[in-house]
Design a binder for this molecule. Structure first.
Ligand code: CO
Length: 134
């Protein structure tokens, strides 16, 4: 059911420093910051030949990233994102298998303008998983 690895998301305490490091030291193609108020984050995508890295930085009062950075002050891997062809079919199959979908269970529009859902990390090896409709 799952397809390509769309991205690996890294929460960072200093967005400018992370962008500069990936651009200058790693020689990667780093995009422009995008504010995502619905998700409480500012994101930057780094394009790699086979996938992307998504930097996450807190935006607003109740950012889900703020607590993560309190526990991980140097930053850290926050989630990985797999592509699925049909997000509602994927959700139904996963919930039937006993996996928990975070939030209302209804897809939200993610950073690429496509529907996304998040799955409970305790159900997937301690890893927060994002599904994005491809
Ligand atoms: Co993501």
């Amino acid at each position: 059911m799952i397809g390509r690895l769309n991205h690996v998301a890294i929460a960072v305490p200093d967005l400018d420093a992370a962008c500069a490091q990936y651009r200058d030291a790693l020689g990667a193609s780093v995009g422009a910051p995008q504010d995502e108020p619905d998700h409480g984050v500012t994101v930057v995508f780094v394009d790699l030949p086979n996938t992307k890295i998504e930097f996450l930085y807190p935006l607003g009062e109740n950012s889900p990233i703020a607590g993560f950075l309190e526990k991980n002050p140097a930053g850290g891997i926050h989630h990985i994102c797999y592509e699925v062809e049909d997000i509602l079919a994927a959700r139904d199959r996963l919930t039937e298998s006993g996996a928990r979908v975070l939030g209302s269970g209804e897809p939200k529009i993610g950073a690429h303008g496509k529907p996304v859902l998040f799955l409970h990390p305790k159900d997937f090896g301690g890893t927060l998983i994002e599904l994005e409709q491809s």
